[in-house]
Design a binder for this molecule. Sequence first.
Ligand SMILES: Cc1ncc(COP(=O)(O)O)c(C=O)c1O
Length: 381
Amino acid sequence: MKNNQLVKIAQKLGTPIYIYNANTIKQKCKELKQNLKGINLYYACKANSNPEIIKIVYKEGFGIETVSPGEIAIAHKAGVPISKITFTCGSIDKNEIISVAKQGIRIHLDSLNQVEIFGKHFKGREVSVRLNLMVGAGHHSHVITGGPDSKFGIDISQIKELKKLAHKYNLHVTGLHQHIGSNVLNAGTFLKGVKAMFDTAILFPELNHLDFGGGFGVPYRPEEKPFDVKKFAVDMKKQIENFNKKYGKRIRISFEPGRYLVAESGSLLVKLTDIKYNPTKTFVGVNSGMNHLIRPAIYDSYHEIINISNPSGKKIKVTIAGNICESGDVFAKDRIITKPKIGDILEIKNTGAYGYAMSSEYNSRPKPKEFLMMGDKIKRI
Ligand SMILES: Cc1ncc(COP(=O)(O)O)c(C=O)c1O
């Protein structure tokens, strides 16, 4: 979106607001579909669970991966049939496991305890399990989900116990799942996880399905290179063919990306409300904060920020802070932007994933409104 177009939108609709571009989401969906032909794709809707976003991705041919009964309800209400929904979650109780499984949703069980519960209630059924194969990656330790420190999945050392449990309840392990972490930019790292999964899958003779999770990254910093989907797809195809040969049959392969599909479609538009020229730092205050976009505060994440009211002005170094009562409520430290004045609109870019979805009303400030841009039309979503 052009700067002056966005400023007009902010002036008309008010700030702070999230604005998403439907075309960007469709384009990202198409890019994955074209490169990963023959692979089942699910959208991890935790990244952005707005029903209108789910509808766009579903229409592009994706299923929906969910992590809570709430997400199942949103996806279902958005028109996604149960057969196109999967469920992956740790630390859930017996009632949740039974209720999700009874709906016929494929659930990737996360622990031996969950397998035991499932076995007691659904003897003789097919089952899919999430494994921790000790490969982890991601932009921050909080989102690395494989390896000895990860709370997710059944540890690789417990495969014998898993098989014993499956035998006890006559369960057929027909699916394996892994998710190594989030915002992985290096295709080679991702492929290490893929290899670990194929090496382990050989030990399970009844498989019909392998799910490799999400995690494809997007470049947030100017120096970062995009995830090379084309190269990844070529290497992935080779690994699939090798596995199918060894295994003796073709099995279904899935991915469940979240961020990759929606991050770059979204911007958070905020208004500059205050400036402090302190002796060592210039603080720029805005009418939003960590309650609307928590990624910088909890992951030290970088988001490009542009003063779209004055995009070609003189550049100065500023720290861009929110209106929440915590020192950690900072969107960017010592960032060079074009000279701001009170009332200017700032665009915080690449906020379509884990932006609104992780927002709260902390400090009793309302969440921002969300808008969707479709060509030259904009609607509240
Ligand atoms: C099981 C699972 N699948 C998929 C995803 C989506 O990850 P990303 O948005 O990095 O693609 C996550 C993220 O936490 C996850 O936990």
